[in-house]
Design a protein around this ligand. Structure first.
Ligand SMILES: *[C@@H]1O[C@H](CO)[C@@H](O)[C@H](O)[C@H]1NC(C)=O
Ligand SMILES: *[C@@H]1O[C@H](CO)[C@@H](O)[C@H](O)[C@H]1NC(C)=O
Length: 374
């Protein structure tokens, strides 16, 4: 035990030395980035520099909007079968198997991903497997979500920034689709539940705002699965998903301070296993240890971050034996039993829209074999 503790300490100090060199943390970068952007000047990162121009004039909004696509998965018999619904094309909507009498789940993926990745595909498959009567709509914004696999860290970093800058376009496009259906008298926004992972959570927030701005109607629900933290911490760059974006907004935290946000801005906020890294089954990455982590961490892809969709999927499968969480004010209090007699709330898919506050729970991610793939 003594030895283990010693190794852990050494590990920590080595990590801090390596990372502390000239790499700013995300908060620092976010503030500088916002400042540079406002002045339309060159931004610095480490020893590298690049022109803001590259980001500010990063393409035509209309053209980018068209790169956002929607796929409906209507068949419980064939999970690979999809129908594309073309936004603004009523014909494609009415000829599809979209059922206007059922509620709708819209899934939005995050940075470096596409619609064929584990999220949303695995979660969509769970809804089909349990034959939950809903329309399942998957959003594809892969070409705008950039690559998280770029060989150099600086390229991944730029890609993350560009992807973040595209999030509003994605959200607006999804919002326009929902508004369009309402304006045709075809479908009510209150029947829509958007489930967004990472940057996709913030895209969902923009969608909710867009729908409200154009129709004065609110989307029924938005679930933020570990909403992305970097560039969304200060409000100076990205607009953070919050409780005004839908009638009910629930957050699932699993990687706070790393890839995930530290802000709990939902009506209800669920902290799984404390809400922070490292989640059970995740190998201890040397970097997974503190809040406001240094920049590279979120870009290396985080195991703890990708457990959020897994936990949520597990909740979909638990309609007979709900997963419950306990209201509490901190993980330490929860762990030591100080909140044992507090209110409980159902976690995940079956969470009640009347739930308010902070809830803690322990969970094991069931399928560790293939935690996230694209
Ligand atoms: C920012 O500067 C670039 C040239 O460096 C220019 O093309 C662009 O129009 C400027 N953008 C704004 C918003 O001023
Ligand atoms: C996504 O998966 C489907 C079904 O396997 C396939 O037909 C399609 O080409 C894939 N799309 C992309 C962009 O990989």
């Amino acid at each position: 035990m003594k030895l283990l503790f010693f190794v852990y300490l050494v590990n920590l100090s080595v990590t801090s030395i390596v990372l502390a060199q000239d790499i700013p943390n995300w908060l620092e970068f976010e503030t500088n980035y916002a400042r540079s952007k406002a002045k339309n000047i060159t931004a610095n990162w480490g020893n590298s520099e690049w022109l803001m121009e590259e980001i500010l004039t990063g393409g035509d909004v209309n053209q980018k909007s068209k790169m956002v696509r929607l796929y409906l998965y209507p068949s419980t018999l064939n999970k690979f079968y999809s129908e594309e619904i073309v936004i603004d094309d009523f014909e494609s909507l009415v000829t599809s198997n979209f059922n206007r009498n059922l509620p709708t789940k819209i899934f939005i993926h995050g940075f470096g991903h596409g619609y064929n990745c584990s999220f949303p595909q695995d979660m969509k498959d769970i809804f089909l497997l349990y034959q939950i009567p809903v329309n399942l709509v998957v959003v594809e914004w892969g070409p705008l979500a950039m690559s998280s696999e770029a060989p150099s860290l600086i390229d991944r970093f730029k890609n993350y920034i560009v992807a973040s800058e595209n999030v509003e376009i994605v959200g607006n496009r999804v919002g326009d689709f929902i508004s369009y259906m309402w304006m045709l008298g075809y479908y009510s926004p209150s029947m829509v539940h958007i489930i967004g992972f990472s940057l996709g959570a913030h895209a969902a927030g923009y969608a909710g705002k867009r729908v409200y701005d154009s129709t004065l109607q609110q989307i029924g629900r938005i679930t933020g699965l570990d909403p992305a933290g970097p560039l969304y911490s200060t409000g100076l760059v990205g607009r953070h998903l919050n409780e005004y974006d839908a009638s009910y907004v629930d957050f699932v935290h699993t990687d706070m301070g790393q890839s995930g946000t530290v802000l709990s801005l939902g009506h209800s906020n669920y902290f799984v296993n404390g809400g922070k890294p490292k989640q059970p089954g995740c190998i201890s990455q040397i970097t997974e240890y503190s809040l406001f982590e240094k920049i590279p961490v979120a870009l290396l892809g985080s195991c703890s971050h990708s457990t959020a969709p897994l936990y949520y999927s597990q909740s979909v499968a638990q309609s007979n034996d709900f997963i419950v969480a306990t209201q509490c004010y901190s993980n330490v209090a929860f762990q030591t039993g100080l909140c044992a007699f507090n209110d409980v709330a159902i976690f995940g898919e079956f969470s009640s829209p009347r739930t308010r506050g902070w809830y803690y729970l322990r969970m094991l991610p069931q399928d560790r074999s293939n935690i996230y793939s694209c």
